[in-house]
Design a protein around this ligand. Structure first.
Ligand SMILES: Cc1ncc(COP(=O)(O)O)c(C=O)c1O
Length: 452
């Protein structure tokens, strides 16, 4: 029996359990819809017009298939379609959500918290920055030049000035530059990214927090990508130090739909001080009837939200608890080893120049060439050739100062260069690495062959 058939059998058994729970209600009769099959088959055909995101040969963008338990739990809960805005619409799944959020708060070592799930990293960061604005007094938001572009956009939406802080040679926020901005600007919030989108760099959170002895500001941690790495045992000691200091941050955004094995539509925002709930205060004349217990809509900006997302996360966290040395943590460690393996292979290639030693599981490299524009062209050519070999990579535009020290480019005729990028975020990537490298070697032979 195929894995999919087995999963559908399990789902069917679980559906019977739900049906049994509502047995007391009169049966709803419905006719089988004969057109369903036709539509679904046509949809399946349309869906094949995608890159193979689920496959280990896909190691380009941040894409990771949900765990089977998440897929099944989501489908199961979606049949009832609970809404986690209010207990009236999603009592069971609201409780599941609170359990999950509390386990995530425990993972980062917080004794107190206020938090909830949300649509994704953008929404989680939005709430983090919005609460920071409400707690502040008109000061700016700062984030590194390599922070996700969402922070600058969200600052504009919130009507708060934004400044980008230059990065150091490892792609992390430069703390000296941060301090010089803190000396001259009125700042309310510093965004610290644990795992930048392009290269997976970890900003020096411990050093940023130390500046609070001299300056007063809130620290919002954007761990949308990297947050779960706090469970792993194979990070560099310097990186661990920054993950450990999360306990002192004010707010924390993490995306279960990135490294947490969830379908899209699952972000999470946490605040260390539960008192910030006061900023969310509102009254709903429509939804909050069964109160006493808090409704999640009373502490979140989004209203309707899929209870199925909470069900999927809860089931996944039951199956793979957030434990050091647990299976979930081992999957992340394995992706990191794959990234280090890929980095080592790239280093052994004359034409390839990895930018940084990976801090998490993302590898970025430039292609040697006479000029920046030629290097970009060769990177795009290799990207295409790798796809011909069924290996899916990504491209990233990198600033000159990160690439220049590699001595890969002689003439800087452009301020940036297109590099190759690989996100080794699937636990299977480690096992597949030899196969990936073999295919990349073939792609190199076709891209960089000397003309006869
Ligand atoms: C560090 C970081 N922050 C925020 C985001 C935005 O998250 P989302 O795409 O879930 O809205 C991303 C997405 O890649 C990210 O990597």
């Amino acid at each position: 029996m195929s894995a999919t058939s087995r999963e559908l059998e399990i789902l069917n058994a679980a559906f019977q359990r739900i049906h049994a729970g509502f047995e007391a209600f009169p049966a709803i009769t419905s006719q089988p819809d004969n057109e369903l099959s036709d539509v679904l088959l046509r949809l399946a055909e349309r869906l094949t017009d995608n890159d193979p995101y689920h496959h280990p040969l896909y190691c380009g963008q941040m894409l990771k298939p949900p765990h089977p338990v998440a897929r099944l739990a989501y489908s199961l809960a979606m049949w009832l379609n609970p809404n986690n805005h209010a207990l009236d619409g999603g009592r069971a799944t609201s409780r599941l959500e609170r359990e999950c959020v509390s386990d995530i708060a425990n993972m980062i070592g917080w004794d107190t918290h206020l938090g909830h799930l949300c649509g994704g990293g953008t929404m989680a960061n939005f709430e983090g920055l919005w609460v920071a604005r409400e707690c502040g007094d008109g000061g700016a938001i700062l984030a590194s030049q390599q922070a996700h572009y969402t922070h600058q956009r969200l600052s504009a939406v919130l009507g708060v000035p934004f400044h980008a802080i230059p990065i150091n040679a490892r792609g992390q926020m430069d703390v000296d530059q941060l301090e010089s901005i803190l000396q001259r600007e009125h700042v309310d919030t510093v965004v610290v990214t644990l795992g930048t989108t392009a290269v997976g760099a970890v900003d020096p959170l411990a050093d940023v927090l130390a500046l609070r002895h001299k300056y007063s500001f809130r620290v919002h941690v954007d761990a949308a990508y990297g947050g779960y790495f706090t469970l792993t045992n194979n990070l560099e000691a310097a990186t661990c130090r920054h993950f450990e200091s999360v306990t002192e941050a004010d707010s924390f955004a993490i995306d279960p739909h990135k490294h947490g094995l969830q379908p899209y539509g699952c972000g999470c925002i946490l605040f260390r001080d539960p008192q910030v709930a006061r900023h969310y205060l509102h009254d709903s004349p429509y939804t909050y009837y069964t109160s006493e217990e808090m409704h999640l809509g009373e502490i979140s900006l989004e209203c309707s939200r899929a209870g199925a997302a909470a069900a999927a996360l809860w089931a996944t966290m039951q199956h793979l608890p957030l434990e050091r040395e647990g299976e979930f943590a081992k999957g992340l460690e394995s992706g990191r080893r794959a990234a280090l393996g890929l980095h080592a292979w790239l280093t052994s290639q004359e034409l390839f120049h990895p930018l940084l030693q990976p801090e998490l599981d993302i590898v970025v490299w430039a292609v040697e060439a006479a000029s920046a524009s030629e290097s970009s062209r060769r990177a795009r050519q290799f990207f295409e050739a790798a796809q011909q070999e069924q290996v899916y990579l990504a491209l990233a535009t990198m600033p000159r100062h990160l690439v220049e020290p590699l001595n890969a480019i002689t003439n800087w005729d452009a301020p940036t260069v297109t590099c190759l990028r690989s996100t080794m975020m699937k636990p299977e990537h480690e096992e597949w690495l030899p196969e990936i490298i073999e295919r990349l070697e073939r792609a190199m032979a076709t891209t960089f062959a000397e003309p006869d």
